[in-house]
Design a protein. Structure first.
Length: 369
């Protein structure tokens, strides 16, 4: 049996009728840049997350980068970020001229270890960037408390967590800014690149609007620095149709995760993902830990199962950040997780028989104890 890591085909088939019609309308109107479709999607996305504003941008990376600029982050500043995340979280900080300051993660949720944040705060710290890794919210209450105590901004990297909840609130609307990615394989994915910034702060929103569109005051008058970072109308159309089905698709991921958990419960040598209390995990990634990771990975691949590793190298050990002076052993939890983690195939339309096949093969491959 061949089991891909993800399969976007069935999602597209569900939306293509309505989306292709809207695409036909777009071509007739011709408002390709920041037109009706982008406004419609921004307003439905803001409604979905529960923020006053949503602003479509080029990518999740740009959502973080422009978000940081909007918060006034720049050279000589420091931003606290977990070391165990995708490189874009830290790159967005570096692009502004600020320095990422890494913090270890907690073993159970793979999210930033809130007990280690305060030790990383210095006189230069300006913001904390929690990452809702794999689709599960970081523990935001203590993060907000620390931010308040030291006068820091909070920018949520919600690139993997469209629809995840923390104490009944959607992630993205908890900090000052939420940043989302619509990279095709994300829970809400475009047919290319795309991203979104959400916020309740109207002044910040106005500033971000200029940042994404050349600092425009009017068509050819520019009163501030800005970039070309706009969400395409074409992407907005397909995303808007997908958004209508996102809750349903997230539920299906949760069901698939439940099936994996039932099938793998109590199997020696496998550490299953756990959900913190008051969290709705939307399983962008179903990450398990095994001791003989590389062997298991190869074994799964030999059975036609496409498993991946998110992520094999924590950011403090990436060559690109050598200059920051971190070393092996600085963040032991992230280092151990990066040696043991495997992401199993998961997507809304995965079948029970496929989940059973993965579980069966996996059981035969893990080293017990
Ligand atoms: C995908 C991702 C990003 C970057 O999003 P792009 O749209 O690919 O630029 C940032 N942070 C995390 C945690 C991600 O998973």
């Amino acid at each position: 049996m061949k089991i891909p890591f993800t399969d976007l085909g069935p999602q597209f088939r569900e939306i293509k009728g309505a989306a292709n019609r809207a695409f036909g309308e777009l071509v007739k109107r011709g408002d390709y840049i920041l037109g009706q479709d982008v406004r419609d999607f921004e307003s439905s996305f803001a409604g979905f997350i529960g923020t006053k504003h949503a602003l479509g941008v080029n990518s999740g990376t740009d959502a973080l980068f422009l978000g940081l600029l909007g918060l006034g982050i720049g050279p000589k500043d420091e931003v606290i970020v977990p070391t165990y995340t995708y490189i874009a979280s830290a790159f967005a900080i570096t692009y502004t001229g600020a320095t990422p300051v890494f913090v270890d993660i907690e073993e159970k949720t793979f999210n930033i270890d809130i007990s280690k944040i305060e030790k990383a705060v210095t006189s230069k710290t300006r913001a904390i960037m929690p990452v809702h890794l794999y689709g599960q919210s970081a523990d935001m209450r203590p993060i907000l408390r620390i931010a308040k105590k030291y006068g820091l901004k909070v920018i949520e990297d919600a690139a993997q967590a469209h629809g995840a909840e923390y104490h009944g609130k959607k992630v993205g609307c908890i900090g000052d800014i939420g940043a989302f990615s619509f990279y095709p394989t994300k829970n809400l994915g475009a047919l290319g690149d795309g991203g979104m910034i959400v916020t309740n702060d109207t002044r910040l929103y106005e500033k971000l609007k200029k940042l994404r569109d050349y600092g425009r005051k009017s068509k050819y008058e520019h009163d501030s620095m800005g970039y070309n970072s706009r969400l395409d109308a074409v992407q907005a159309i397909y995303l808007n149709e997908k958004l209508k089905r996102l809750d349903k698709w997230n539920e299906k991921r949760i069901q698939a995760a439940d099936i994996y958990k039932k099938l793998l419960k109590g199997v020696g040598g496998i550490n299953l993902p756990s959900e913190a209390r008051n969290n709705k995990h939307i399983y962008h990634v179903f990450g398990i830990r095994v001791k003989n990771r590389d062997q298991v990975l190869e074994g799964l691949r030999n059975c036609g199962i496409e498993a991946l590793v998110h992520y094999p190298v924590p950011l403090h050990l990436q060559d690109v950040y050598k200059g920051l002076g971190y070393k092996q052993g600085d963040f032991p939890v992230a280092e151990q997780v990066s040696r043991e983690i495997i992401s199993l195939p998961i997507y809304p339309h995965i079948k029970r028989s496929q989940l059973e096949y993965v579980a069966k093969k996996l059981k035969g491959l893990v080293k017990n104890g």
